[in-house]
Ligand binder design. Structure first.
Ligand code: KG4
Ligand code: ZN
Length: 339
């Protein structure tokens, strides 16, 4: 089955084609991405209405591009998958209505998929994809979750953030430090120059059992540290780097402690890390050490599939469409909040 995947849940227009007659990354016939980050940067965050309008402008040309890259025409498609949520409702509607319009015109099945399932299975697009079962740490701008993954569609939530997501905390810390949006990569870069010994920030919820996370207190702690430095006239470039380093260490350490617990609790030896924050190098280094100690292994999507993309949606949609799933009665789904 050749499936067109469409991702428009936030600020990236992603389109890809996945062919289920191959496995792993070889099934990916083409993928294309248009990032709106530059457009939103001047507002310091995503402006929902601008996002929807830009998806409308970019989506059809990107679909033409992937068909061209895969040397296919529309009539070669056997199904269409789109991100049905969670995300910005207007942005989701663009992908959902385009997918349904095309599917109706081509008389092929169409399916709305969960954005986080896309992130969760993005490592399946790599040549050394993990076998089931595995533990997954999903860390993006909207989610921080630990999931036990048994098979496609068989997921058990082990723990999640009770307030802010890890990526959101990175973005807010970046704003406090005067860094551009999205902040994660900028905080990480600044942290490289930071002295890890100058400040120690708290590791929230690590002193009690369980696999839930909380990052809002760390955000407040960061703000307080910045204000104190400012009041003392000491908020220079080095101080900002030291704060960035302390913040990154606290988030990474917290994530590592919970991953360690999840591996011990489940007895599993495979850890998948996905979502935007999985691009963080410090997190990767620390997890590599921890998994090695346990005779376990960590798996990541390639760099550009860590953040939002169409390939992960094409992959998940292709698996589910091939199993016979599709949207009921041609009704499109756009579900901003979808547990
Ligand atoms: O998965 P994603 O592209 O979008 C959502 O579904 O949220 O994740 C974006 C998030 C942003 O919060 C961004 O700051 C964060 O991932 N991020 C990072 C890094 N690269 C992206 N956070 C920390 N370190 C990075 N290198
Ligand atoms: Zn995402």
């Amino acid at each position: 089955m050749r499936v067109l995947g469409i991702e428009t849940s936030c600020d990236e227009t992603g389109v890809a084609i996945y062919d289920t007659s191959h496995t792993g990354g070889r099934g990916l016939l083409a993928d294309a991405l248009y990032s709106q980050i530059a457009m939103h940067a001047e507002y310091g965050g995503v402006v929902p209405e601008l996002a929807s309008r830009d998806h409308t402008r970019k989506l059809l040309p990107l679909i033409e591009q992937v068909l061209h890259d895969a040397k296919l025409t529309r009539s070669d498609l056997d199904g269409i998958a789109y991100t049905a949520g969670p995300g910005l409702v207007g942005a989701l509607m663009v992908g959902a209505s385009t997918a349904h319009g095309m599917a109706r015109a081509l008389n092929i099945p169409v399916l709305g998929v969960h954005h986080m399932e896309g992130h969760l299975l993005a490592p399946m697009l790599e040549d050394d994809a993990p076998d089931f079962p595995f533990v997954a740490l999903l860390v993006s701008g909207g989610h921080t979750q630990l999931v036990e993954v048994h098979a496609l569609g068989h997921y058990q939530l082990l723990g999640e953030s009770v307030d802010d997501a890890a990526g959101e905390a990175f973005d807010k810390a970046a704003k406090m430090l005067g860094l551009p949006y999205p902040g994660g990569p900028h905080v990480a870069k600044l942290a490289e120059q930071g002295n890890p010994k100058r400040f120690r920030f708290p590791r929230p919820m690590t002193d009690r059992p369980g696999l839930d996370f909380s990052f809002s207190g760390l955000k407040t702690h960061t703000l307080t540290a910045i204000r104190q430095l400012e009041a003392a006239g000491e908020l220079d470039t080095q101080a900002k780097a030291d704060v960035a380093r302390a913040f990154e260490e606290a988030v990474v350490d917290t994530l590592v402690i919970k991953c360690r617990r999840a591996l011990d609790q489940t007895g599993l030896k495979r850890l998948v890390v996905a979502g935007g924050v999985s691009a963080n190098q410090r997190l990767r280094e620390r997890l590599a050490v921890e998994t090695e100690k346990r005779n376990a292994r960590s798996y990541y999507p390639r760099g550009r599939f860590c953040t939002d993309n169409g390939a992960m949606i094409a992959y998940v949609g292709a698996q589910r469409l091939a199993a016979g799933e599709h949207d009921d009665n041609g009704i499109m789904k756009a579900t901003p909040r979808w547990p």
